[in-house]
Design a protein around this ligand. Structure first.
Ligand code: FAD
Length: 516
C-alpha cells in the first residue's frame, strides 16, 4: 500500500495536491511537501474553470473562508476582444445553449438572422450580467440560478467528473495567496512542510526514485513521489528522463510578460470575467481581483521581443502600470509523453501546459489530482494503473490543445505577420476533418475531440460564431420547422437577463458586503 507521499514543489500544484490527498486519505497516508525558499513559483495562474468549485467543496472550504484570503472574485465568462481585428467583442460564458424543438438556440440564431444583437447576447443570459458587472449571487448569498447546486455538495464530495450541469461561475484569485492559504490549511490537515531545496534525486537499482536529498533536512523518502517543480520537471524530466512533447508546431506562443496593477473597485466596479484581447503578436489577459488586476501579454518570440511585449503591455494598461514590476516568463508548451513514470507522478506545469487562453492550468492540476486518486495504486509503479492515468492526462491536454488551436484558426484577423501565419500553421491530427464538418454544422457531441477535456460542444460553437466562422448555411431542417418556440426562447433569455441585471448586486458590492 502507498502509505507516504513526498511532493516536491509548493506552488499551486504542490499545495492543491497535498491538501487534496490529505482531505481524501487523512492519517492513512503521510504527506510531506518540500518547497524551496530560493526558487520562486511561477507567480501567475489567477483565472479558473467552473469545475474548480469541486476542489474547494471537496476540502470543505466555504467561499467566505477562502475567497477574502485570496482577494478572489467571480468569473462568469471570458470576454474575447478584437479577435476579428475590428474592436468587437463577445463572451464565452459558463452557460450551456438552450434548445427549442430539439435544436440549439445557436442553430436557430443562424436560421433566423440577420440580427441586431450579437449571437452571445441573444442566446445567453450571462453576457448581460458581465456587461453590467453583476455578481452571480444575491446579497443574502443565494445563487441567481436556483435550480443549480450552490457549493452545497460538501457532504457528497463531488469531483469534476460528476459535474452534470454547467455551473455558472469560476473564480479569479491571487495565486500566491492561494498557495499560502492552502499551506496553512495543509498544516491543519497534517501535511509536513519542509522549507528547503532538493539538491539531488536518487534512484534505486530498478530505476525508481529512492529519495530526494535536501540541503538542510537530509534525505526524504516516500512510496510515491509527486513532481510539482513547475517547468523544471526536476523529477520526471531531469531525473527520470521522460521526454517532453512540444505543442509549439500548432501553438507557437512561448513567452509571457505579466504585471500586477492596483485598481479602485469602489470607483470602477469589478468585472466578473477574464478578458483576452488580441494584439499584434498574441493576446493580453486582464483578470480582475479584489484590489488589483493581473494582466499579461502572451506572445510568440518569433514575432516579438520581450522589450516590445513589455512596452505594448504597459501602453495597453496605461499610467496605472507605471510602478508595477514586470515578470517575464518563458513557457514550456506541450506535455510529457507520460506524466506518471515509475513511482513518480508529475502534476502542474511539470506535467504539461498550454497557453492560458481558456484558463486551464489549474483545471489540469485538479484533473491530475482527481485521476491520481481514481488510479491510486497498491504498488507505486503498477504499469496498468499508470497507463490508464497517462492516457487520461494526455487526452485531456491534447483536447484542450485542439480547442485552443481553433481560436487561432477561426480568428478572422490577418493584419500582422503573426496573424497571417495562423492561416498556414499545421493542425493537430484529426482536426482538419472536424473543421470541415463544422463548416456544414455547428459542433456536436459526435464532432468534437472525443475524450474528456473539460470543453463541451457549446464552447466550440461559441468560438466559431464569436470569431466569425459560422457554418456556411443554417441547418436546413430549421427551414422546415415553425420558429415560434425558438422566438419565445430568445424572448425568455432577454427577459431573464433584464430581470437578473435589475435584481443582482454589482460584483464589487457583493464581495465588499459579504466577504470583508
Ligand atoms: P510553480 O508555480 O512554478 O511552482 C514550482 C515549485 O517548485 C515552487 O514552489 C518552487 O520553489 C519549487 N521547486 C522548484 N525546484 C525546487 C527544488 N530544487 N527544491 C525544492 N523546491 C523546488 N493557470 C490557470 O489555471 N489560469 C490562468 O489564468 C493561468 N495563467 C497563466 C499564465 C502564464 C503566463 C503561465 C506561464 C501559466 C498560467 N497558468 C494559469 C498556469 C498556472 O500558473 C500553473 O498551472 C500553476 O501556477 C501551477 O504551477 P506549478 O505549481 O506547477 O509550478
Amino acid at each position: 500500500m502507498i502509505r507516504s507521499v513526498v511532493i516536491v514543489g509548493g506552488g499551486t500544484a504542490g499545495w492543491m495536491t497535498a491538501t487534496y490527498l490529505k482531505a481524501t486519505f487523512g492519517d492513512r497516508v503521510r504527506v510531506t511537501l518540500v518547497e524551496s525558499a530560493r526558487v520562486p513559483t511561477i507567480g501567475v495562474g489567477e483565472a479558473t474553470f467552473s469545475t474548480v468549485r469541486h476542489f474547494f467543496d471537496y476540502l470543505g472550504l466555504a467561499e467566505e473562508e477562502w475567497m477574502p484570503a485570496c482577494n478572489a472574485s467571480y468569473k462568469l465568462a471570458i470576454r474575447f476582444e478584437n479577435w476579428r481585428g475590428n474592436g468587437e467583442h463577445f463572451y464565452h460564458p459558463f452557460e450551456r445553449l438552450r434548445t427549442a424543438d430539439g435544436f440549439t438556440l445557436a442553430d436557430w440564431w443562424l436560421r433566423l438572422g440577420p440580427h441586431e444583437r450579437r449571437f452571445d447576447e441573444s442566446c445567453y443570459v450571462l453576457p448581460a450580467l458581465c456587461e453590467a458587472k453583476r455578481a452571480p449571487k444575491h446579497l443574502d448569498g443565494t445563487l441567481f440560478e436556483r435550480s443549480l447546486h450552490d457549493g452545497g455538495d460538501r457532504a457528497r464530495r463531488t469531483t469534476m467528473f460528476q459535474q452534470d450541469t454547467q455551473f455558472p461561475y469560476a473564480y479569479h484569485f491571487d495565486a500566491a495567496l492561494l498557495a499560502e492559504f492552502l499551506a496553512l490549511h495543509g498544516a491543519d490537515l497534517g501535511v509536513r512542510r519542509v522549507l528547503d531545496d532538493v539538491v539531488e534525486v536518487r534512484r534505486d537499482e530498478r530505476g525508481d526514485i529512492s529519495e530526494v536529498v535536501t540541503w538542510e533536512h537530509g534525505a526524504l523518502t516516500g512510496d510515491l513521489y509527486v513532481d510539482c517543480t513547475g517547468f523544471r520537471g526536476l523529477l520526471v524530466n531531469k531525473t527520470l528522463e521522460e521526454p517532453f512533447e512540444s505543442y509549439q508546431d500548432v501553438l507557437p506562443n512561448d513567452r509571457a510578460v505579466a504585471l500586477r496593477v492596483p485598481v479602485d473597485g469602489a470607483q470602477d466596479g469589478m468585472a466578473p470575467y477574464t478578458t483576452a484581447t488580441a494584439r499584434d503578436a498574441g493576446w493580453i489577459w486582464t483578470i480582475p481581483l479584489y484590489g488589483r488586476i493581473g494582466t499579461g501579454y502572451v506572445y510568440a518570440s518569433d514575432f516579438c521581443t520581450p522589450e516590445e511585449a513589455e512596452a505594448e503591455l504597459r501602453a495597453f494598461v496605461g499610467p496605472r502600470a507605471a510602478d508595477a514590476e514586470a515578470n517575464h516568463i518563458r513557457m514550456r508548451v506541450g506535455r510529457n509523453r507520460r506524466s506518471w513514470v515509475r513511482n513518480c507522478v508529475a502534476i502542474g506545469l511539470s506535467s504539461g501546459f498550454v497557453e492560458p487562453l481558456e484558463s486551464t492550468g489549474i483545471f489540469f492540476i485538479q484533473h491530475g489530482i482527481e485521476q491520481l486518486v481514481r488510479h491510486w495504486p497498491d504498488r507505486a509503479d503498477d504499469p496498468h494503473l499508470a497507463r490508464g492515468y497517462n492516457e487520461s492526462v494526455a487526452r485531456c491536454l491534447d483536447g484542450v490543445r485542439e480547442f485552443l488551436v481553433l481560436h487561432y484558426k477561426a480568428a478572422t484577423r490577418n493584419d500582422t505577420p503573426y496573424w497571417k501565419a495562423t492561416e498556414e500553421r499545421a493542425l493537430p491530427d484529426g482536426m482538419a476533418e472536424r473543421l470541415q464538418l463544422w463548416e456544414s454544422r455547428l459542433p456536436s457531441d459526435s464532432s468534437v475531440h472525443p475524450y474528456y477535456h473539460g470543453f463541451e460542444p457549446y464552447s466550440y460553437a461559441v468560438m466559431l460564431l464569436g470569431l466569425g466562422r459560422p457554418p456556411k448555411h443554417p441547418h436546413p431542417a430549421l427551414g422546415l420547422l415553425d420558429p415560434g418556440a425558438a422566438r419565445a426562447a430568445f424572448a425568455e433569455v432577454r427577459r431573464e437577463a433584464e430581470r437578473l441585471v435589475a435584481a443582482l448586486p454589482g460584483q464589487y458590492e457583493y464581495l465588499t458586503h459579504r466577504m470583508r
